[in-house]
Design a protein around this ligand. Structure first.
Ligand SMILES: Nc1ncnc2c1ncn2[C@@H]1O[C@H](COP(=O)(O)OP(=O)(O)OP(=O)(O)O)[C@@H](O)[C@H]1O
Length: 352
């Protein structure tokens, strides 16, 4: 991206940067952005005020390099996220879902639903409008994680389902429909049709991001979903374990075949540190996901440890409890969400 210099002498009007400030802004590097940010992302909004406007969701900590710069820290900086709707795999369909991100795993039980829920809450905490479509028809777990397992969806007059709103996230799930128990016996085309219908027949509010928790595997259901719906990117979740990695590779290959960009990979259950004695154990191996990401040239969005608190909160329906308190795990999750949104935007630049 080109830097459009908008410099004036130091005493010029309050909407302009001085040449020294332009030079300083050119040296700034934002977390999760690989190059010098375009100058138009920085605005002066008053004598002492300045703003960073990003086209993707980000936490306030993204301002840190500006607050630490010897020249630029004289401004009172604020952050605005003006989240762009990015090109997707179905340019002919209306852009009604925001940026749709498939969360997939080749193997079951690696924490795909947990990761989806935590990323969604983190993006919502950054100020984005976020939806989750729980398409995991063999084990829809969002109703439990979001704490509303018994609450059914309400239909509006147009027979559209109104998603539940919890922890800042709009959630639709087969688990909220009364016949959800039947879902486990759906196969092939019937399952694909049901999932597409769930996505289309939910009355989503205006969304910036819609995260889709896919069923595990790389079969017809996942393929049809990727081909028929407007997808912006995909996240692969795996453990570092060899058998999970083999399936993660299959997922990467599948999405590449149908032209869905892989936005990143999350290595989950990446080691356990005993909170009592501090002993660390790599229960499922060490850094297998990170190595797979490097081998496939896929961005590594994070390595999340096994954490008893995370499991307990999700089982208890307290999906936002981990992110509500500052901890190593909450920072790890926030970093992954910030990397995901920045990476989605960066990838889309290659397609415009
Ligand atoms: N990092 C973690 N630390 C501790 N527990 C975790 C972690 N990630 C997931 N879990 C737990 O592991 C179990 C499986 O997680 P989850 O349901 O998210 O996996 P999944 O890949 O979506 O499974 P499925 O194949 O059924 O779709 C859950 O009980 C969840 O709370």
């Amino acid at each position: 991206m080109k830097q459009k210099a908008q410099a004036k002498p130091a005493s010029a009007d309050e909407s302009q940067w001085s040449q020294d400030e332009v030079d300083a802004l050119g040296q700034i590097r934002l977390s999760n952005w690989p190059e010098a940010p375009p100058l138009e992302w920085f605005q002066r909004t008053g004598a002492q005020q300045a703003r960073l406007t990003l086209p993707f969701a980000a936490p306030a900590t993204v301002l840190t390099p500006l607050l630490e710069d010897s020249l630029l820290r004289r401004y009172d900086w604020s952050l605005r996220c003006d989240i762009r709707k990015l090109p997707n795999s179905q340019p002919d369909l209306p852009m009604i879902y925001g940026n749709v991100v498939l969360v997939a795993s080749g193997k079951g039980g690696v924490g795909k639903s947990s990761v989806t829920a935590q990323l969604a809450v983190a993006l919502a905490r950054f100020g984005a409008n976020v939806g989750v479509l729980d398409a995991d028809l063999y084990g829809p777990s969002m109703p439990t994680m979001f704490g509303q397992p018994e609450q059914k969806l309400v239909f509006n007059e147009q027979q559209k389902m109104i998603p539940h709103h919890r922890a800042g996230v709009h959630v639709s799930s087969l688990g909220y429909l009364s016949d959800a128990k039947d879902a486990a016996i759906w196969r092939g085309p019937m399952a694909s049709a049901a999932l597409q219908q769930l996505m289309r027949d939910t009355k989503w509010p205006s969304l910036d991001y819609l995260l889709v928790d896919l069923p595990p595997g790389t079969g017809d259901i996942q393929l049809t979903f990727a081909q028929k719906l407007p997808i912006t990117g995909a996240v692969i979740v795996t453990t570092p374990q060899t058998i999970a990695l083999a399936d993660a590779y299959k997922g990467i290959t599948m999405f590449r075949k149908v032209g869905v960009p892989i936005t990143g990979l999350i290595e989950n259950m990446s080691g356990y540190t005993c909170p009592q004695c501090g002993h660390h154990e790599d229960l499922f191996g060490h850094s297998g996901g990170a190595e797979a990401a490097a081998a496939e040239n896929v961005p590594l969005l994070g390595q999340w440890p096994l954490d008893r608190g995370l499991r307990e909160c999700l089982d208890a329906g307290q999906v936002d409890a981990i992110l509500a308190n500052s901890s190593v795990l909450s920072t790890t999750i926030e970093n992954s969400a910030a990397r995901l949104s920045a990476q989605l935007y960066l990838q889309a630049q290659d397609r415009v």
